[in-house]
Design a protein around this ligand. Structure first.
Ligand code: CTP
Ligand code: MG
Length: 244
């Protein structure tokens, strides 16, 4: 089923069984394209198709795509070619009202034998395959969560309304991307009904902070290509990354 990036040559997976959930059920308000962001085309194909192709290139053979409710047919059409070309089996499930609900829907659609789960944003359609593989490989031993991250380029200010009140020490900050990867039991334990956060790492952080869980959260070097398509200007950059 959802095998990891490599096998031993006779079909047995090396390493844990990995389940991939691509969350693509958002409406893309900030992009304002008049249709779900994941269906917006860049260099002739949809963002969700680019995302599936990247996962295929990284060696993953099966993904669950969590789509905008009511848009199953459009998503099926969008991923059909990409899945076939990349050798990826795509399972479609409808998402929820917020990202956490969509993650839960994806998690519920994974087979029971999955040992490690990667949650990836469709909006980060150009994450390099090497980053996808590296973050999955980082979940070992006492690691309870891993994600790619990049240094923060801008100087960050603390503000109060329009008043600048201070400078944040950038050296202790990184910007986190996806996929965010977890032992399956950990993600199932933290991504429960009512648990809501802007990313899944934050849910694990809460469980570590109050002693419900033990272990380490780690980050691996991400890539500028793993940026999240958010506003219309991002499509210009996406076009460049898609055609190289
Ligand atoms: N997502 C999801 N289900 C939701 C909301 C978001 O699956 N209910 C997904 C999006 O499809 C996206 C990822 O989470 O791939 C990151 O979210 P974001 O970039 O905020 O996408 P949107 O919510 O679609 O965009 P916006 O916030 O501008 O409406
Ligand atoms: Mg959003």
């Amino acid at each position: 089923m959802t095998l990891g990036p490599a096998d031993d040559g006779v079909g047995r997976p090396l390493g844990p069984v990995v389940g991939i959930v691509v969350v693509a059920a958002g409406s893309g308000e900030r992009l304002g394209a008049g249709r779900p962001k994941a269906l917006v085309e860049v260099a002739g194909r949809s963002l969700i198709a680019h995302a599936v192709a990247g996962l295929g290139e990284a060696g993953f053979t099966s993904v669950v795509v969590v789509h905008t409710p009511g848009e199953e047919a459009a998503f099926r059409a969008a991923v059909a070619g990409a899945g076939t070309d990349a050798g990826v089996e795509v399972v479609l499930v409808p998402g929820g009202a917020d990202r956490s609900a969509s993650v839960r829907a994806g998690l519920a659609a994974l087979p029971g034998d999955v040992e490690v789960v990667a949650v990836h944003d469709a909006a980060r359609a150009f994450t390099p395959p090497a980053v996808l593989r590296a973050v999955v490989a980082a979940v070992t031993g006492d690691v309870v969560a891993a994600a790619p991250a990049v240094p923060v380029a801008d100087t960050l200010k603390r503000v109060d309304g329009h008043r600048v009140t201070g400078t944040v020490d950038r050296s202790e900050l990184v910007a986190v991307q996806t996929p965010q990867v977890f032992p399956a039991a950990v993600l199932r334990a933290v991504a429960t009904e009512g648990a809501s956060a802007t990313d899944e790492l934050a849910l694990v952080e809460q469980h570590l902070a109050d002693g419900r869980l033990e272990g380490r959260i780690v980050w691996v070097p991400g890539s500028a290509r793993g940026f999240k398509v958010t506003v219309p200007e991002d499509l210009e950059l996406a076009e460049v990354f898609a055609t190289r």
